[in-house]
Design a protein around this ligand. Sequence first.
Ligand code: SF4
Length: 255
Amino acid sequence: MTSAAITVSQIAEYNYCPRRIFLRSILQVNPAPKPVHHIRLARRILLKELAFQRPNILKREQDLQPECEKALCLAVEKTRSYPELKSTPQDAVAKAADELRLEMPAFAQSLMRLKEEAGSVAANYLTPAVREPNLNHLQLNIRGTPDYMRQTPYAPVIIAENDAGRPKENEIFKATAYALINCAKSNAPPVSYLDDPLSATFTPVIITEARKNQVIESINAVQNILTTKKDSGVCPHGSHKKCAGCIYEEPCYRT
Ligand code: SF4
């Protein structure tokens, strides 16, 4: 067992592609992000900002567009301080901002919908009283930071966009991991939630035996890579869909 706890981000990364753990943690490869990665990150930050602003968005319609613009500026600004993007070239940030600006009408529409639904939805779900809490499970040797804790029931929540109306598999996996960690506390429910503010959906993720096993197997596998310092041998190298969007594509194919 390694001394430092494995993180939920590490097992999610392993679940995406085992080789990424080897490249990042053992070979300490630190590739320069491409514009697509800036856009992805800025979009993610923007989504979180929108989610956390929900209780405050009961504004006049004409206020929504500036609200989006403000969130966009904040998102792009934050990409500059993100550790992996410290060396972000100015033009890449500008490109990310332009791409997101194109999406602003869609975001404004989503905010409008949130505004309409805020009365009923906010009362039940939108109380991010504990934002980005640190959770850990000593026995499983895993820790992580969900986006916020829902208060009733007290359960972790991840803010994540659905894909074609459904939560993404990798987000369900992370949500299961957070629910497992939270269960280390007595009386905690075996559930976590995926919150997509753009579609105003809130999806419960219950821990099933199969999901729990998948998380535990991933923890063990990551621990094994970190301890033995060996590649897992499980590698979807040449998986074009995954590799094409992967920040490690260039060093990975070279290694
Ligand atoms: S390029 Fe492909 S095989 Fe290599 S780390 Fe990325 S996803 Fe994995």
